[in-house]
Design a protein around this ligand. Sequence first.
Ligand SMILES: Cc1cc2nc3c(=O)[nH]c(=O)nc-3n(C[C@H](O)[C@H](O)[C@H](O)COP(=O)(O)OP(=O)(O)OC[C@H]3O[C@@H](n4cnc5c(N)ncnc54)[C@H](O)[C@@H]3O)c2cc1C
Length: 393
Amino acid sequence: MQSHDTIIIGAGAAGLYCAMHAGQRGRRVLVLEHNDEPGAKIVISGGGRCNFTNLNANDPARYLSANPHFARSALTRHTQADFIALVQRHGIAFYEKTLGQLFCEGARSSPKIVRMLLDECAAGGVEVRTGCAVTAVRKAKRFVVETSHGAFESETLVVASGGLSIPKLGATPFAYRIAEQFGVPIVAPRAGLVPLTFAETDLHWMRALAGISADVRVSMGKTSFREAALFTHKGMSGPAILQISSYWALNHYLEIDWLPDLGEDVLVAAKRSQPLALPKTALSQHLPERLADILCGSHPPRPLGEWKDDALITFAQRALKRALLKPHGTEGYAKAEVTVGGVDTDALSQQTMEARAVPGLFFIGEAVDVTGWLGGYNFQWAWSSGWAAGQAC
Ligand SMILES: Cc1cc2nc3c(=O)[nH]c(=O)nc-3n(C[C@H](O)[C@H](O)[C@H](O)COP(=O)(O)OP(=O)(O)OC[C@H]3O[C@@H](n4cnc5c(N)ncnc54)[C@H](O)[C@@H]3O)c2cc1C
């Protein structure tokens, strides 16, 4: 049986980043990946340009976890600046798109990030075996890993096999199975950064708007996002909706502000300047016309001048500024960018990502109950948690 210091399961962002650091520390590292190519999600990420980090990525408030403080240690010890420096050393051009999001420059440029990680792994003497599915793990004195290429053993084992999103890219529940086997608790996983679906009562008007987007503020309790929302044939998507989906729970309402730059007196002001205009005409100066039409739909088409100010304010509050929408569900793991939940952080060391009760066993990346916002935060978590484990595994 081949023997290594460290075996890493999964050649995604977290696994490769952990491997290069462990290898460059002098550890003999083997990475096992069941896909034929490493880094499948990196390649397709950011529309092929890989949004590899965010300038605000070390703010722990931008990550969801049952323990909101857990991610702080790794994120502040190995930051976006460290990853940016690596990208610069490899001569990969990048730019800030919006809201601190850093993307590689040029169409189909994300494979450059995979190449960079593989070059760094090679510099550390790391062996990356692809087309090799891990089927079982046991621990005697050392870890024994059963695979489609036979058995391997190691002193430490890093589980970097990700979450459940996009099964067709190789996602499996393997990390949760290993956690259960070793008595490490799991926070129930669910789809995050995912389009939301709606029941027929809403869907009939949403379908009519499919393809139309608007700049909105969407809120769930105290959490809110100001970005674009997009109507689809199944409901709603777009960055604002993907962001809030990670916080949404079944049977809860979302509150939408369709006019985040305007006050509740928007129509009263319009009444003063254009008393003969219909509300939908006034609104279509700020919103896509078809959306304005639908938001005003149930009201009689009377000119603004015929409305009392109070009625216009009440209408703006209910239909425009604090509109309530109740999603019916999500489009599920097939369309989710991430999995919320995963290996319970209470069972892991914040410094090293090692399972407290199982010396030598580490969990990193999306497998862990730390989920970032849209915009490069999830890769930064993969890099920071991979680095933390890479110092210790
Ligand atoms: C469409 C899409 C776009 C995204 N864009 C961005 C973006 O621009 N910016 C951002 O920050 N985040 C983005 N994300 C999220 C980001 O890709 C993930 O958070 C990140 O890849 C997680 O890294 P990971 O290494 O933990 O898991 P993964 O990248 O999922 O890697 C896990 C690896 O383990 C392998 N594996 C699983 N089970 C086994 C097994 N039993 N044996 C062997 N191998 C196994 C898998 O094949 C996979 O290669 C995107 C996600 C998707 C789906």
